[in-house]
Design a protein around this ligand. Structure first.
Ligand SMILES: [Zn+2]
Length: 416
């Protein structure tokens, strides 16, 4: 929005209109999950644009497909089971939806992007048949070892038809943090339409764009995250594929997410809940259907970068030692965009052993096991997965013993 795009870079992945308006431009960044081994540090590293546009016809906020999903997702470092609060979230969801829909041993639950089976295992424990779809083979393998049937392919209309052909269609079709991660949103939603039973229900969770804007969560922008969704834009996409959103919940996860419930447009048993009307009205009041709403985000992001750098530089000048906590995708966007390298952050730690001994893409900050914090007693711990801040602050409460403090970078620099 700050300037017209010089070379019209592409077309809206939903409605096809030329994209002409910048939402935010975070410059060039490496793929946020491409952690480096020590022998890769001296090699050339690919960087791709993180330039986000808003479509002035349907208001879908989106990143162009600079990198194909094959490249990103076939060997993926993200294992859902390494976050306690996310595991609990999945368990609560399984309880709620089983009773709400009356799922039984005769139902089929299909999860898109089923990861390591962190969610489906809850249905398996109840004896409800499940099928996971997870294109990242190394991650799906973990699910299969747990006894969760998993298909290692990308989901879309073709796979939906293949499954239907084998007699598999879903009473519950769910996907958490996947709708935003598919480049061809029409093929994906079209696939859900095919795989859903006549009276079946879809639930999807994804970060809610108005919260991203309000809370300055620019670091949730990365190459894997193609669409940034409001209810407004999502309803348009679903309607175009013969699906209807009949209920919605606002969740605190990932800094503010929506959980939408959808069914076939002509399903007579599922009237649209007042919560959908309520959120539509609030989004409209916030301005999601007007281009002006998207203006100004870029400037707000730059201001946050300056504040964080100011804090880190001052702390370093005072001789403080600063460590990171976590190595999430969002951390890599933030560190690369802000230009924070080993000069400002000594190292980071993560609970996921897959990342230990590796280096963050772009910034080359080393990743250690969490014990490193106790061994080196840093003055500040920069919390990169700020969406888990309470969990992390309580797990790492011991840093208070040596006067250590936590730094939360988003929505504004906060020391606690
Ligand atoms: Zn559009």
């Amino acid at each position: 929005m700050n300037r017209p795009t010089q070379n019209v870079a592409g077309h809206c992945r939903f409605c096809g209109k030329a994209l002409e308006h910048t939402f935010v431009d975070l410059g060039m960044s490496p793929l946020c999950e491409s952690f480096l081994a020590i022998d890769q540090l001296n090699r050339m590293e690919p960087f791709y644009p993180l330039h986000v546009f808003v479509c002035d016809a349907c208001f879908l906020v989106q990143l162009l497909e600079y990198v194909t999903p094959d490249h990103i997702f076939t060997e993926y470092a993200y294992f859902s089971s390494y976050s306690n609060s996310w595991l609990q979230h999945a368990k609560n969801y399984a309880e709620m939806i089983t009773s709400r829909l009356g799922l039984t041993r005769d139902s089929l639950v299909v999860e898109l992007a089923s990861n390591d089976g962190y969610l489906l295992q809850n249905f398996v424990a109840k004896g409800i048949p499940v099928l996971g779809i997870e294109p990242a083979k190394n991650v799906a393998q973990v699910a299969i070892q747990k006894g969760i049937p998993s298909v290692t392919e990308f989901f879309g209309e073709k796979l939906a038809r293949d499954l239907l052909h084998k007699g598999q269609n879903a009473d519950l079709l769910l996907g958490n943090n996947v709708l935003a991660h598919v480049p061809d949103i029409n093929d994906f939603v079209g696939g859900m339409k095919i795989l859903l039973k006549t009276r079946g229900v879809i639930t999807l969770e994804f970060p809610h764009l108005p919260r991203l804007i309000e809370r300055n969560q620019y670091d949730t922008i990365y190459h894997e995250h193609f669409s940034y969704l409001s209810l407004f834009a999502t309803e348009k996409v679903f309607a175009a594929h013969g699906l209807r959103i009949f209920d919605v919940e606002e969740l605190p996860t990932h800094g503010g997410s929506l959980r939408i419930y959808a069914c076939h447009s002509d399903d007579p048993d599922r009237p649209v809940d007042t919560r959908v009307h309520g959120l539509r009205v609030r989004e409209e009041q916030e301005g999601v259907g007007r281009l002006e709403y998207y203006r100004g985000f870029g400037e707000k992001v730059m201001a946050t970068k300056r504040d964080l750098l100011e804090f880190l530089i001052r702390a370093k000048r005072d001789g403080k030692r600063i460590a990171g906590y976590g190595a999430p995708g969002k951390g890599n966007t933030l560190l690369n965009y802000c230009g924070i390298r080993g000069d400002l952050l000594d190292y980071t730690v993560d609970r996921n052993p897959y990342k230990h001994g590796k280096f963050l893409p772009g910034t080359h900050i080393p990743v250690f096991p969490t014990e490193r914090i106790q061994e080196t007693r840093p003055d500040y711990v920069l919390v990169l997965p700020w969406n888990l801040r309470d969990e992390i602050i309580s797990q790492l409460g011991y840093i208070r013993e040596w006067g250590g403090r936590f730094v939360i970078p988003i929505p504004a620099v906060e020391v606690v």
